[in-house]
Write a protein that binds this ligand. Structure first.
Ligand code: GLY
Length: 352
C-alpha cells in the first residue's frame, strides 16, 4: 500500500524589507529581543522607544562569531521556556549577522518554529545576512553547518545604526556589497568603483542596490538549489580561512574579501576572468580597507576542507567562479592541480 503525503500547497512566506528610519513596531504577542551587550548598550533604548508588545523581554548573549554555537542557542531557548513563550510569540534580532543567524535558528526550532523579525545593525547584515532566511550556527567542523532556512516576518534596515559601527566592521560589509556587484551587476560594480561609501546617501543607495540583488536571487531560489549558491562567491575559500583561524582573526567579510581574491585567481586560470578585471576588484578591496592575502600553512589541508562545504559532495567540490564582471558560474570537476596551484600562490606569500 502507498499513501501520498501531499505537501504541494504553497506556503506564502514572503515579506518586506524596509530601508529607512525604523518605524513603530506593534506586536500583539510576547516579544524577546535578542542582542549582545555592545549593540544593546548602543541601540536597545532606541528600539524600545519604537516597540510595543504584550510583554517584552531582552535576552543578551555574548558578542562575536566564536559564540555562534549550539550552546548559545540553547541559552536563548532556555530563556524562552523560562518566560513561557509559546508558538505565537515573536523574536526580534537586534544586531549583526551572528545575532540574526542565531535568533533565526532559535525561532526555527522553538516549539517547531515561531516568528522572528530582523533588525540588522551592521552593514554586512543589512546588505546580505538579514535577508533570505538563512539561519544557523558554527561547530568545530565548519561554519554554518548546522541550521535551517527560516524566513523572517520582516527586515528593518535603518542606516542610522551604521553611525556607531567600527571602521573595520563597515569595511567587512562593503565586501558583501561588492560580492553582489561582481556576480550580478557590472554597472553596480562600476558605480561602486567611483562611489564615496562614507557618504550617508551613497551608502543607503548601495544598501538598496544590494538588497534588490539579494531579493532577486532569493525570490528565484529560496533554498539554494542553484542560483543562490552564487552568493557564496568568496565564501568557499573564506569559510576555510575563518575556520582555520578559529573565527578570531578575521571578520566574516574580511575572509570573504580574501576568498574573492582566491576565487578570482581560479577564475583567471580557467580563462573566465581577465587579469585586469581581477586587479580592479583587488584595487576596490584595498581602497575599502579589506585584506587581500592570507598565508596558507597547509595547502592540502586547506583543499580537503572544501569537502565540508555545504555545496560539495563526497567526491566533488563546487566552486563559485565569477565570469568577468557581472556574471557568475557554479563549477564542479575542476582539476585538483589547478586549485592547488592557486592555493600554493597564497602559501608562497607566507610571512610576506
Ligand atoms: N549569504 C548568502 C545567502 O544568503 O545565500
Amino acid at each position: 500500500m502507498k499513501i501520498d503525503i501531499n505537501l504541494k500547497k504553497e506556503i506564502n512566506n514572503s515579506y518586506q524589507v524596509h530601508i529607512g528610519d525604523l518605524p513603530d513596531l506593534n506586536f500583539d504577542t510576547k516579544v524577546a529581543i535578542i542582542t549582545n551587550p555592545k549593540v544593546g548598550g548602543l541601540h536597545l533604548k532606541y528600539l524600545l522607544s519604537k516597540l510595543s508588545a504584550k510583554e517584552i523581554y531582552v535576552i543578551t548573549v555574548e558578542d562575536g562569531e566564536s559564540f555562534k554555537t549550539l550552546a548559545t542557542v540553547e541559552k536563548i531557548l532556555n530563556n524562552l521556556f523560562e518566560h513561557k513563550f509559546n508558538r505565537h510569540s515573536t523574536l526580534v534580532a537586534l544586531g549583526g549577522g551572528v545575532i540574526g543567524d542565531m535568533t533565526g535558528f532559535a525561532a526555527s526550532v522553538y516549539q517547531r518554529g515561531i516568528d522572528f523579525v530582523q533588525i540588522p545593525t551592521t552593514l554586512l547584515s543589512q546588505v546580505d545576512a538579514s535577508v533570505g532566511g538563512k539561519t544557523g550556527v558554527n561547530n568545530s567542523y565548519g561554519k554554518n553547518l548546522i541550521g535551517a532556512f527560516h524566513q523572517p516576518q520582516a527586515v528593518y534596515i535603518d542606516p542610522y545604526f551604521l553611525s556607531t559601527l567600527a571602521k573595520r566592521e563597515f569595511a567587512a560589509g562593503v565586501a558583501e556589497i561588492v560580492k553582489m556587484a561582481v556576480c550580478f551587476d557590472k554597472d553596480f560594480f562600476e558605480w561602486l568603483e567611483e562611489a564615496d561609501l562614507s557618504d550617508a546617501h551613497v551608502i543607503q543607495e548601495a544598501i538598496c542596490k544590494s538588497v534588490q540583488t539579494k531579493a532577486m536571487v532569493v525570490s528565484k531560489d529560496e533554498k539554494e538549489k542553484g542560483l543562490r549558491a552564487a552568493l557564496n562567491y568568496g565564501h568557499t575559500f573564506g569559510h576555510v580561512i575563518e575556520n582555520e583561524t578559529k573565527y578570531t582573526r578575521y571578520l566574516h567579510g574580511e575572509s570573504v574579501a580574501i576568498g574573492m581574491v582566491m576565487a578570482n585567481e581560479l577564475a583567471s586560470r580557467l580563462g573566465l576572468m581577465k587579469t585586469d578585471e581581477a586587479q580592479r576588484i583587488k584595487n576596490f578591496l584595498v581602497k575599502n580597507d579589506l585584506p587581500i592575502s592570507y598565508a596558507i600553512k597547509d595547502t592540502e589541508a586547506f583543499y580537503q576542507a572544501f569537502f565540508l562545504d555545504k555545496k560539495s559532495s563526497d567526491a566533488e567540490i563546487t566552486f563559485i567562479i565569477p565570469q568577468h564582471l557581472g556574471g557568475v558560474e557554479l563549477k564542479t570537476g575542476i582539476n585538483k592541480e589547478i586549485v592547488m596551484d592557486v592555493l600554493k600562490t597564497f602559501a608562497e606569500k607566507r610571512g610576506a
